[in-house]
Design a protein around this ligand. Structure first.
Ligand SMILES: NC(=O)c1ccc[n+]([C@@H]2O[C@H](COP(=O)([O-])OP(=O)(O)OC[C@H]3O[C@@H](n4cnc5c(N)ncnc54)[C@H](OP(=O)(O)O)[C@@H]3O)[C@@H](O)[C@H]2O)c1
Length: 344
């Protein structure tokens, strides 16, 4: 597949989804009676991201990226979020974990070399500066990367207190990202909802400030929000909609997907390997053998084919490669159903 055909497939994706009457974000959550729709969309997702089969070929030769590599802007398995922002959201994201800035620097460069273009740099990991410095050192054009920061502001109560705490968190993100000359984020995410509806509305007001007044972020997102907590934002029809809800996609995953899709929000699975994969047992090993894939790859493929995205981390290059290389095979409907049951 050429880069042009990949780009055309990406451009056509929203139209195809509209034709299928699927809610955006783009991938169907696959209710049982809509398996054929899901397969059609899955195929598109697969073909739009066919470059991923070669994504394991490093995009950059070294920490200081070459000009050629920087042109390698094919976005792997990406979708358009409900914000309709022009930049697409890659379904596979590298989420930094808790380690020092030097480790964050090294692993971010490794992830960039392997082909990751979506990054989850949470304040909770404590290493946004190391991450940002690696982005700068890579030389990869900023517009080829999708970068998400986070704010932790759930321990204060009340609209005004939550607003102030969240606002402060937004500024702290920008101060840390400045270490790599990153002056605008693609996404900012609330790590956790505030303790009540008023607090959530205060958190969200600060996020809207960041997007609409400060122009330092494009997409707003949440994590660990249940339906009522989402509705605390959505009840205001004029509010900017959350684009993504980052969640543990296990224990009745279909219900989790459903309540987010109903609200036009993409689920991004956190800890899909360390927390969710062990639930699937040996079944995923056996399925993986059929496709020449590992259990981890089957688990991640199940996520994207279910209509969600994922955020993983590794300290191991071959695992980074595996986790990105999940867009060149398609699980059968029976396999999808089986894994959904195991996850429940
Ligand atoms: N929003 C929230 O509330 C929340 C909560 C928890 C986590 N998170 C985020 O989710 C992200 C992922 O977190 P996580 O570390 O808990 O989960 P994870 O990515 O699911 O699991 C990471 C573990 O899986 C291993 N691994 C990675 N790829 C593998 C592969 N292909 N085969 C076998 N093992 C593989 C890694 O070991 P190796 O190093 O050996 O590869 C590591 O031990 C982080 O960014 C974290 O911040 C968010």
């Amino acid at each position: 597949m050429t880069r042009w055909s990949i780009k055309i497939a990406l451009l056509l994706l929203p139209a195809v989804v509209a034709a299928l009457q699927l809610p955006s974000p783009i991938i169907s959550p696959a209710p049982p009676n809509e398996l054929s729709r899901r397969s059609a969309v899955s195929l598109l997702i697969t073909s739009s991201s066919a470059a991923v089969s070669s994504a394991v070929a490093p995009r950059i030769a070294s920490a200081s990226a070459s000009a050629d590599a920087a042109k390698g802007g094919d976005v792997i398995g990406s979708i358009i979020l409900n914000s309709n922002n022009k930049k697409t959201f890659p379904l596979a994201s590298f989420g930094l974990q808790i380690y020092d800035d030097d480790t964050a620097y090294r692993l971010t460069l490794m992830a960039l070399e392997v082909g990751y273009r979506n990054f989850f740099a949470s304040v909770l990991a404590g290493n946004q500066r190391g991450f940002a410095k690696a982005v700068k050192a890579s030389g990869i054009p900023r517009d080829e990367l999708y970068i998400c920061g986070t704010v932790l502001s759930n321990r204060v109560s009340g609209e005004q207190a939550a607003y102030q705490k969240t606002k402060q968190g937004c500024l702290e993100n920008m101060a840390a990202m400045a270490a790599g000359n990153i002056d605008k984020l693609d996404m900012i995410m609330l790590d956790y909802p505030g303790p009540n509806e008023e607090s959530i509305r205060g958190q969200w007001r600060a996020f809207e400030d960041m997007a609409l007044n400060d122009n330092t972020v494009d997409d707003l997102a949440v994590s660990n929000f249940n339906p009522a907590q989402l509705d605390a934002i959505l009840v205001n029809l004029a509010a900017t909609k959350p684009t993504v809800n980052q969640l543990l996609l296990a224990k009745n995953p279909q219900a989790i997907l459903d309540y987010n899709v109903k609200r036009n929000i993409l689920v991004q699975a956190w800890s899909p390997l360390s927390r969710a994969l062990p639930r699937y047992g040996n079944e995923v090993d056996a399925i993986g053998k059929k496709y020449g894939k590992s259990a981890a790859q089957v688990g991640l493929r199940w996520i994207v084919q279910s209509g969600a995205a994922f955020c993983t981390q590794s300290k191991n290059r071959s695992h980074f490669e595996e986790d990105l290389n999940v867009f060149d095979f398609t699980l059968s409907d029976d396999e999808m159903t089986k894994i959904t049951q195991l996850a429940a």
